[in-house]
Design a protein around this ligand. Structure first.
Ligand SMILES: *Cc1c(COP(=O)(O)O)cnc(C)c1O
Length: 307
């Protein structure tokens, strides 16, 4: 049995009224580790486990690391997550809750990642947060679940960080014969690496990241994200940090589910009807995110609101 769950799919009355069309939400915030990441990470970990891996290594202090920690605990495989000093105490505590060994190293992610690479022994598996075909294959299950309900959306809205979710969703659309269903890929302005790649039609490395949506913080997207843009209808959209955090608050009010600004980016596009164009039946991937708290959402909103 897969490690992820088949999440609820519902027609959101508040979002449908706001956007003046049918808006369906796929609630991957309800995955046991709080985000869609478990789909791909769980799939990859199960395969590595079956091939004899004895230890999983991750360098993500966010939802990818949490998914690896959860998968390892469920499979009985020890997990080490190396995170930089910037990782919040809350995120570290969540990792510890899943019994992962947490090593704090370096002032930025690349330093933590470099140490993590040295810990990957012959019988270990390193689990990348977004750039691995095994992840995309696992993420594609989200679309299989939607197709199995009989709903055929005429557009899919999702957030894009490194492009793993995008790559998986496009794979899922293709394997269900939905080659013509467009994807709206949303990022925040300060983490718009997919937008930069689309504009240049080449992989671009951002000089710096500047967004509260840390789970979207990949300076450069996976090449597969660009391939998706070339082989499938994918539109790139941007929202502000303030729009993302306000969408989180509104979604909490409407559906009583707390998500990260990374997920709020996709929700912001749906709440602001104009971004959805002419599509009448829209699926929003509520990708979730476990590292935000209510206090933090409020603090961000107050800091971002013009005085
Ligand atoms: C990882 C993550 C994303 C971005 O996914 P990518 O596969 O990196 O594009 C968006 N939202 C949340 C909550 C995430 O954890």
């Amino acid at each position: 049995m897969a490690l992820h769950i088949n999440t609820p799919l519902l027609e959101s009355r508040p979002l449908s009224l706001a956007a003046q069309r049918s808006v369906w939400i796929k609630l991957d915030a309800l995955q046991p580790c709080g985000s869609f990441k478990l789909r791909g990470v769980g799939h990859a970990c199960e395969l590595h486990h079956a091939r004899g891996a004895r230890h999983f290594v991750s360098s993500s202090g966010g939802n990818a690391g949490l998914a690896v920690a959860y998968a390892g605990r469920r499979l009985g495989v020890p997990v080490t997550v190396v995170v930089p000093e910037t990782t919040s105490a809350h995120a570290r505590a969540l990792l510890a809750l899943e019994e992962a060994k947490v090593i704090v190293h370096g002032s930025a992610w690349h330093e933590a990642n470099a140490l993590a690479q040295t810990l990957v022994g012959e019988h270990d598996a390193f689990i990348h947060p977004f750039d691995d075909p095994l992840l995309w294959e696992g993420h594609a299950s989200l679309i299989d679940e939607v197709a199995a309900t009989g709903l055929r959306p005429d557009a899919v809205v999702l957030s894009v960080g490194g492009g793993g979710l995008l790559s998986g969703v496009v794979q899922g659309l293709k394997r269900n014969g939905w080659d013509d269903v467009p994807v709206m890929a949303v990022e925040t302005d300060g983490a718009a690496s997919f937008n930069a790649a689309v504009q240049a039609d080449a992989l671009v490395e951002l000089e710096r990241l500047d967004s509260i949506a840390t789970s979207l913080g990949a300076k450069r997207v996976a090449e597969q994200a660009l391939i998706c843009h070339r082989t499938h209808p994918v539109q790139s959209h941007r929202v502000t940090d303030l729009q993302a955090v306000q969408a989180c608050e509104r979604f909490l009010h409407d559906h009583r589910v707390l998500v990260e600004p990374a997920c709020g980016a996709a929700l912001a596009l749906a709440y602001a009807a104009e971004g959805l164009g002419e599509y009448r039946n829209v699926l929003v991937v509520v990708c979730g995110g476990a590292t935000a708290t209510l206090d933090q959402l409020r603090t961000w909103r107050e800091a971002l609101l013009p005085a």
